[in-house]
Write a protein that binds this ligand. Structure first.
Ligand SMILES: [Zn+2]
Ligand SMILES: [Zn+2]
Length: 101
């Protein structure tokens, strides 16, 4: 997670996180999967992507490599609280997946 903040319409000023555009395009509480690398703590919200993006990464070597292999449609900024809610939606549907680096 970075030290940058955004102004969320629901949660006010929040630290920013990054997720693929498909996740932000999906209205809650629907989920299209939530995949990220393992975080190192409560406040370490890693970049996350959906199942479709995960399949894409798989076809391109299996790893997100900054600047080289990235999710197909880019990423969006999401506030930290919204990130946690999205993650919970996916957990509930058993579609939260942790990737190993
Ligand atoms: Zn995606
Ligand atoms: Zn928010």
């Amino acid at each position: 997670m970075t030290d940058e903040f955004c102004e969320c319409s629901q949660h006010g000023e929040q630290p920013i996180t990054f997720v693929c555009k498909h996740i932000t395009a999906t209205p809650r509480p629907n989920t299209i999967g939530f995949v990220s690398y393992l975080s190192e703590g409560e406040d370490d919200l890693r970049d996350a992507w959906c199942e479709e993006c995960d399949a894409y990464l798989d076809q391109h070597g299996g790893h997100w490599i900054e600047g080289r292999v990235e999710v197909p449609d880019g990423i969006n900024i999401l506030c930290a609280e919204c990130y946690r809610l999205r993650e919970e939606d996916a957990l509930r549907e058993d579609r939260r997946m942790i990737r190993h680096e």
